[in-house]
Design a protein around this ligand. Structure first.
Ligand code: FAD
Length: 160
């Protein structure tokens, strides 16, 4: 499994589209909490979560050649129950993942993503699970993060 927590711009776009408190600074602490990285924790990476990660050991030049030959834009279907403002006719759940108009039902999976992401879905889905669990338990949200992050130039203007 490739652990890609997502392009920070995806989360910023979600927030712009009405998913309050789902910007990258809001969600990064939940991704860190979920992770236990062999190389240790830092501003991006956790060191004591349930999800074990390590750098891939791709030293053979054949790996890069294979990746280049096999690369494709797979897209990642998601977003049938998007987070949004309660006055957004396309929104299904609010910012705490409660189904708008119903009293006691939440959705906590990749269907709440307000728009299709640029990268893989598994790590952001786990982050949604972490943050959703805190909403369900009524816990205060983790403090926002201020870690700087890298954005590839090719991803600044739009999705792949
Ligand atoms: C072959 C494959 C390889 C992948 N590889 C990667 C990868 O390398 N890296 C990565 O980041 N992501 C990868 N993904 C994507 C990742 O697995 C998914 O994005 C992620 O699991 C989505 O989580 P989810 O909770 O939204 O949905 P799911 O994990 O699909 O969970 C939905 C759950 O809801 C249940 N369900 C459905 N309908 C109902 C119903 N009516 N009532 C009750 N339960 C229901 C299902 O049984 C399922 O357990 C891969 C996916 C596939 C299929």
């Amino acid at each position: 499994m490739v652990y890609i927590r997502g392009n920070p711009l995806d989360f910023e776009r979600w927030q712009d589209e009405g998913a309050g408190r789902w910007g990258y600074a809001n969600v990064l602490p939940f991704s860190r909490r979920a992770e236990a990285r062999d190389e240790g924790g830092d501003a991006y990476h956790g060191d004591s979560g349930p999800l074990h990660t390590r750098h891939g050991n791709l030293t053979n030049p054949m790996h890069a050649a294979w990746t280049k030959a096999a690369a494709e834009a797979g897209y990642h279907p998601c977003g049938t129950c998007r987070i949004g403002r309660t006055d957004d006719p396309l929104a299904v759940v609010d910012s705490e993942l409660k189904v708008i108009g119903l009293a006691a039902l939440r959705v906590v999976d990749s269907s709440v993503m307000p728009s299709v992401t640029t990268g893989n879905l598994n790590a952001p889905t786990i982050m949604i699970g972490e943050k959703g669990a805190d909403h369900i338990m009524g816990k205060p949200l983790l403090a926002t993060a201020n870690a700087e992050y890298h954005i590839a130039d090719s991803l600044r203007e739009g999705q792949r």
